[in-house]
Unconditional design. Sequence first.
Length: 434
Amino acid sequence: MIPRYSRPDMVAIWEPATKFKIWYEIEAHACDAMADLGVIPRENADAVWKAKDVEFDVARIDEIEAVTKHDVIAFLTHLAEHVGSDEARFVHQGMTSSDVLDTCLNVQLVRAADILLNDLDALLAALKKRALEHKNTVRVGRSHGIHAEPTTMGLTFARFYAEMDRNRDRLKAARAEIATGAISGAVGTFANIDPAVEAHVCAKLGLTPEPISTQVIPRDRHAMFFAVLGVIASSIENVAIEIRHMQRTEVLEGAEFFSMGQKGSSAMPHKKNPVLTENLTGLARLVRMSVIPAMENVALWHERDISHSSVERAIGPDTTITLDFALARLTGVIDKMLIFPQNMLDNMNKFPGLVMSQRVLLALTQAGVSREDAYAMVQRNALKVWEERVDFREQLLADADVVAALGADAINEKFDMDYHTKHVDTIFARVFGD
């Protein structure tokens, strides 16, 4: 991913130097386990650890790979340059390249998941703070983009909190599913390496042994992992779209923070554009772009092929780096977001009282009017509000049929705004607990 959309901690996970360090640890721990089993001499296993503080030379490994055309062999050759060719002769004993590559990839994905979980924690804290702050800030709810009934800004934030909380649970499960390793040798039969070696290496790296790994770790695990990242990205877009709508000039119920010196347009000095949330919409597309290739990686030929390899070299870093950046950006947007309660009330009153139509409809049916007749009575008055911007309550009070069925006092009572917020506490308790 380009530096513009990258943060250093996540980028560091995918640096070649980090990858080679993990490869080294896999090989060194495997040698320890084989020495414990008496398969290789203990002095050879100990010799491998002479390289534990070595900064592996990425350029040198690339130079060797240019000749060998094999990345793992190039690394092993470079390792022997540090350890000594005789001392290193038992390194990789009974192993195959996928043992190193797949186990390393899962270590990287687990580390990436830990960063993403921390990102989600920060976002959840920001959403909860704004939800509590605007728990009773009334705004109009919309369906199909059209005014529906009153809700609160706090409920909007609480809804996004609940969605992101579900995403956190999904990511925890995906992290657990991806946290497996395989040191099982060619075609995964352990013919040339003891399963105890795999158990030892996995324990050292914080993984669990893959129950059955052909020559590769099954890619359904990775498909699920990237699918969860795609869902999280869609949730980011869900929040971003709401903020973009709120910032529209004719709505302006909320907006991204606009800093001193910021410019919205090269042509129009008055512009304040929702550039951060528009950016988040685009970044969400990039994250979701990895989901289908990850699913297509599940189907491999027989015990292995490498059709998945090129895909994962790209989507592993790009997707996690992009999502990390997007979550941090969204947290910043939520933290600094401007809220305009008066505009919310003004918008709701553009068609005065119209959002109370369902209350009147229900009251009429409870008063003995058929639903069909009640609907017609309410709608004919509501349409006048649409067309003439008159007050809905006044129209109802001037309608003899409605007054006959309900009476003036009952009509007036149906315009109490608190009616629509009476269960906000219940919803908040469900979302945030008592």
